[in-house]
Design a protein around this ligand. Structure first.
Ligand SMILES: [Zn+2]
Length: 143
């Protein structure tokens, strides 16, 4: 399985995810660079975020399966006037990413020198390693 690129991040996550017994394997895996979600045994479709019941056919027969680490930036914005809890990290980029496997998700964008975000560009998922746990983000793929 592909291991996501990992980036150290300063401090604690400003708005940490609520981790349930069901999503704990996702967050523990993400901390180790593992990128996966639930896949329905009945209809074969992946869902993101991970869910115990398939939203397409309502089956509760789901298993963990690898997510595509690569995708395309569908849209993005740069947040300057951030909600109070995120203000120390502003300005920051937020993107909507279409993974190659068809999952669409929103996440933080990792800025880098020379990277100009634009819709349609190739991105890959990465892990921001905060002191209290991981968050997923996208970074530009070198072209
Ligand atoms: Zn299903």
């Amino acid at each position: 399985m592909t291991q996501l690129f990992s980036v150290p991040a300063t401090g604690r996550r400003a708005y940490p995810p609520r981790v349930s017994a069901f999503t704990q394997p996702f967050w523990e895996g993400l901390a180790r660079g593992r990128w996966e979600t639930t896949c329905c045994e009945a209809c074969g479709r992946q869902t993101f975020p991970p869910r115990p019941v398939c939203p397409h056919c309502w089956s509760d027969q789901v298993r963990w399966s690898p997510l595509s680490p690569r995708g395309t930036l569908y849209s993005w914005t740069r947040v300057h006037a951030a909600p109070a809890v995120f203000a120390p990290e502003a300005p920051y980029g937020l993107g909507i990413v279409d993974l190659d496997s068809g999952i669409r998700l929103a996440c933080r964008l990792l800025d880098a020198p020379g990277v100009r975000w634009r819709p349609g560009m190739a991105v890959e998922m990465a892990v921001l390693q905060y002191e209290d746990g991981p968050l997923f983000a996208a970074r530009a793929v070198a072209s």
